[in-house]
Structures are given as C-alpha cells and as structure tokens.
Write a protein that binds this ligand. Structure first.
Ligand code: PEP
Length: 265
C-alpha cells in the first residue's frame, strides 16, 4: 500500500433508509470515530435524495466521505429522472459508484457507459468507484482474468495516469453480490494483483501503487478480516452487512486494527 493511502470501507445503502435513519447512522459513527485511529475512510454511498442532508451532517466527522450510487455521463440535458455529476458534487458527493452489477443487469450500464460516467465524475473531482467482475459462468469457464482485462481496457479507455490515481476499482464478482457466497481471499487476491499489474503495464508502477483496489461481495463481520488481508487489497465494499450501523462500525474497527498493525510492521 502506498504511503498516505487510507483503507476504504465503503457502505452501499442501495435503495434503503430514510432521513432519520441516515442521521442516526451518522451520529453513531461520530461517537465511534476514535475506534478507527484515522486508519480508515468510511465511504457512505447513499440514495441521492439523502446526499445533501447527510453530507452537511457529516461535516466534522473526519473519517466519513459521502458518495452516490449512480450518475449520468452528461452534465445536463433532457434526461428525465437522471442526476449529473455537477449535481452530485453540489449535493456533497466525493465518491460515486459506477457500473454496479445491479445497474449493469437492470439498467443497461455497459462498460462503455461506465467509462463515460467515470469520466464525468473525474471532471467534477468526484472519485468514481468503478465496479468490475465476472459472472459465475465466466469463472467456471476459466474466463475471469480475460473478463477483467476486457473491462479494464474498455472502462478505462483514454484515462491518463492521473485519472487512474483518482479512481477506486472495486472487484465485485457478480456471483458474490448479495448472495452470501464471498470470494476466497485467494480469488480476490489473484484478481486484485492482476488489476494492479494491468495498471503497471498501461501506466506505471507509481500509478499502480496509488490506485485503490477494493473487494466487494458478501463481506460480513465474520469474514472481513481475511478479505481485508487478501493480496493487493486497499479496502472493502459492503452492502447488506453495513446497513446496521453497529455492524458497520464493527467492520470498520476490524479493518482499522488490521491496517494499523500491517502499516506499523
Ligand atoms: C454491493 O452491492 O456493493 C455489495 C457489496 O453487496 P453485498 O455486500 O450485500 O454482497
């Protein structure tokens, strides 16, 4: 891990939680902040309607950054129901999930669109959390690394090294999302190492060290330690097990302890 990098613990709220739920969640994190030793960055990817209120409420909680879950690639226009990167920025988003498998599956987020969306985020200084990963069928056929390479080359086409340093790549095997079937640390580590090697090949070693690569897919309190210690892992993305704030605090605490121990050694 490059020096100065924090370990990311990302929570994807999906289509859950009210204003009151969100404010109570933040207040619990504020009370627990000292347990994270400044080692982790908690990225809360919330429904867009909650973003502004929660971003305002999170000011002063140093470990928390707010994120969105989707964005349109254009800055403005006749796109009913969509939200642009300048709008997300104005609402306080510092991160935005792009290309989540649920959106790829149900809302036609292709790799090309993912690339446009990530570029739209970067233009506003928002860090895109770009999700890539294989289906179960692709894994069974031995096509995992080929799929990752294809997605890497398509999603990040035209990205400069500086762009690559300002994104988060989330390896999310589709079969692990919301399924309870977490990847093994070896499977995650192999994918992360491969992604890091591709950044080295197409950019540089320095850039590869700076890019955050995180794992998402059925991370839970019971497996987060081993997943956080998988090879080349700079963070974890958590869905359902992060919806209970006490659980999320436990997850973050485990990551912070492990990260601090390894950074000191
Ligand atoms: C996600 O949807 O980003 C995710 C990681 O979900 P889960 O942890 O529930 O698999």
């Amino acid at each position: 891990m490059a020096s100065g990098k924090k370990f990311i613990v990302q929570s994807n709220w999906k289509m859950n939680k009210s204003f009151d739920d969100g404010l109570a969640y933040l207040s619990a994190i504020r009370s627990a902040e000292s347990r994270f030793f400044g080692a982790v960055e908690l990225v809360l990817c919330v429904p867009s309607t909650l973003l502004k209120t929660l971003a305002d409420a999170a000011r002063g909680i140093a470990c928390v950054s707010m994120g969105a879950q989707n964005v349109h690639w254009e800055d403005k226009g006749a796109y009913t129901g969509e939200i642009s990167a300048p709008m997300l920025k104005e609402a306080g988003a510092r991160y935005c999930v792009v290309g989540h498998s649920e959106r790829r599956d149900s809302f036609a987020d292709t790799d090309e669109r993912v690339q446009w969306k990530a570029k739209a985020c970067l233009k506003q200084g928002i860090t895109p959390i770009v999700c890539i990963g294989e289906s179960l069928q692709e894994r069974k056929r031995g096509q995992t690394l080929a799929k990752l390479e294809y997605q890497f080359l398509t999603c990040f086409e035209g990205f400069t090294s500086e762009d690559m340093e300002n994104i988060v790549i989330e390896y999310e095997p589709i079969w692990a999302i919301g399924s309870g079937h977490v990847a093994t640390p070896q499977q995650a580590g192999e994918a992360h190492q491969f992604i890091r090697e591709m950044i080295k090949k197409y950019h540089s070693k320095e850039t590869a060290l700076k890019t955050h690569i995180i794992y998402g897919g059925s991370v839970k309190v019971k497996n987060v330690l081993e997943m956080s210690e998988a090879r080349d892992t700079d963070g974890v993305g958590v869905g359902s097990d992060s919806w209970d704030v006490q659980n999320f605090i436990k997850l973050a605490e485990i990551c912070a302890q492990s990260f601090s121990k390894h950074s000191a050694s």
